[in-house]
Design a protein around this ligand. Sequence first.
Ligand code: KIV
Ligand code: ZN
Length: 557
Amino acid sequence: MQKAPITKYQPFKGPVLEDRQWPGKTIEASPIWCSVDLRDGNQALAIPMTIEEKLEMFQLLVSVGFKQIEVGFPSASDTEFNFLRRLIDENLIPQDVTVQVLVQAREHLIRRTFEAIKGAPKAIVHLYNSTNPLQRRVTFGLTKEAIKQIAVDGTRLVRELVPTVPDTHVEFQYSPESFSDTEMEYALEVCEAVFAAWNPAAGEKIILNLPATVELATPNVHADQIEWFCRNFSNREQIIVSLHTHNDRGTGVAATELGILAGADRVEGTLFGNGERTGNLDIVIVALNLYTQGIDPGLDFTDLSRIRSVYERCTRMDVHDRHPYSGDLVFTAFSGSHQDAIRKGMDQMDPDEGALWQVPYLMNDPKDIGRDYEAIIRINSQSGKGGVAFVLENEFGYQIPKAMGPELGKMVYDLADSLSRELTPREILDTFLSSYSDQTNPLNVSDFREVSRYAASREIELAADLTWKGESKTIQGRGNGPINAFCNALDTEKIKNFNLVSFSEHSIGTGSGTKAAAYVQIQRYGDGNFWGVGIDNDIELASLKALVSSINRSEAS
Ligand code: KIV
Ligand code: ZN
């Protein structure tokens, strides 16, 4: 890289717009969406989609709810041409969907495009030529006047050819390619000339698509350009102002959102932002950004995982783990404090479908886009106790007592730390069970049985066959429940050296497979609290097993 002073690059100069209005506005409605996956997205692929893949993608886009779909550049290749013909000839275009076709402002290409759209119910013919100074000079070596003439001639030819497709309702779209890098007055002049050449009937609108073909400036500059254009175009009510941002600086979404504030009516983009270089605008993000501001985007991403898998298969591209909304990790919290907050938020959420979403760290409900809560919390050495509890409850049904969380959490994180990796839910369960349940040394109880029941005092007499520090014996005790009776029996035998601090239990599962899980905490006389867990089909046995495990854990420490 060059060291200062940097002469290789210079600041981008946007239009002068001191009384800009867009910063004070908010987006209140969804724009018209147009998917360019099958054209801009496809042309950026190392291996372009086959006709079958394009077909699958087209059907996917229709199912998402796109009403305008740029299906290709039919004059550019046989595949592109044949794909559109297949859509038309096999009646695959729903009545409410308009197919859009891109064409350069060149006569033979425009004529071929009209052959391609013949018979489509509705088509947008999208004409473009480059208008920016760099392309005028370097690529075409043409004057401003000559470039404008190309646009005007192309527009006239499209107009002239409309009657050759009488069964097709044709709309017209023009893009001054690299609009954002074109002198604003000149871009306006070209667009005005195109508008005049098309000469729309009263009430008819044409689409003027204003591409940021290469993103060269901050999003506020893009917004200024769009507002400037909207304010200066002579027949604003007869044009649909369309955005087409690319993402070279990583701000395609921001530029589009500010462009909507600045007055744009329509947005072109692709699923997950596939497109030339760093991609086109990611329509999924902008649409879901609207949704999470309470605006219905009119596109349905309920099954975003399926949409993503069709996209990944057809394009051979991957969606990054941290891609907004669709990445694998975007509903995952590793950090302990985040996990705790998410868990509390989820627990406190009003279960009503339409209740206001209020969960810390999660700006939207994963379920809205087909994601599961189960995958939300994953455990590594930075995780918190809440995360472990969440996994045990959501994956396996164990509702561990709150007070047990810190100790168990530490065990799990120490393990993750020593392995230097994330733990699977199964490993977390194994750590939990192997640490707290089925501890049988030095106290091993082979049988418990109730020997008497005292109706008046509601007490029971319990007998237990056990081995204590290698010596076998049968002990007996009375109490208001099995745990109490067993504790008293241990006391009689001078084995008891603890107080019972807490006890809880719950069932796991339903029907004949239901099990009981019991949690006991004891305090060894003088020092230390110890937890034990018991799991059994029999609820009483589960609680006794939990107590025995806690005693053995205290003896082992
Ligand atoms: O990025 C661009 O300018 C384009 C045009 C052809 C609309 O894709
Ligand atoms: Zn583009």
